[in-house]
Design a protein around this ligand. Sequence first.
Ligand code: FES
Length: 229
Amino acid sequence: MAAEKKITILKHGPYLVEGAVPLDEKIMVTNGHHREYQQGQTFKTDESYALCRCGHSENPPFCDGSHVDAGFDGTEVASTVPFDERVELFQGPALDLFDDNRCAFARFCHREDGDVWTLTEDSDNPKLREEAIKASTDCPAGRIVHHDKQDDYKEIEPELEPSISILQDPEREVSAPLYVKGNIPLVSADGTPYELRNRYALCRCGESRNKPFCDASHVNVGYVDGLPE
Ligand code: FES
């Protein structure tokens, strides 16, 4: 029987993934004025595997021990305050938007009719409300979450199978973070669990200043994982 699904951060080393979590690659592309995920390759994995966190592996997306020679400092510094206490609130007529500003620069928050914040302000229009929800629920960082003012203020989260996608951003010619989906628990190197979230983006270039989460540093440093396109 497969072990419980979870990701454990190893001190100054990789992410240890347990519980036979499926792993694939998703390519982020722009179509018109919105972003989409295209399917990339699928990786064969065992019940447990280690994903590179330092950005130096010669066998991406897996760890090959290069973090040792690279002298990788993987110190975790991200806030552990719960999401709902950390967010800024943007109010609209039909939806409210919780935004924790943890940006992975994936750009799904922009749509044909505007960005997620403007669409939220215009959410009394049913079409724009749907667009706003599409923008928030596609974000791999889980940064933006709507609450439905027409339905008990329920959190609007997509149903996602537990899995991990390594992201690519060919438009910027960079490799992007790990997109973790489906409420997979994340445990710090000191053994403390992070708040359970449906979706989050983990740094894999090694340069985030908000480790273990992505802060879009892969764009600034031009991180490329070396996987064949
Ligand atoms: S974390 Fe081990 S090679 Fe990157």
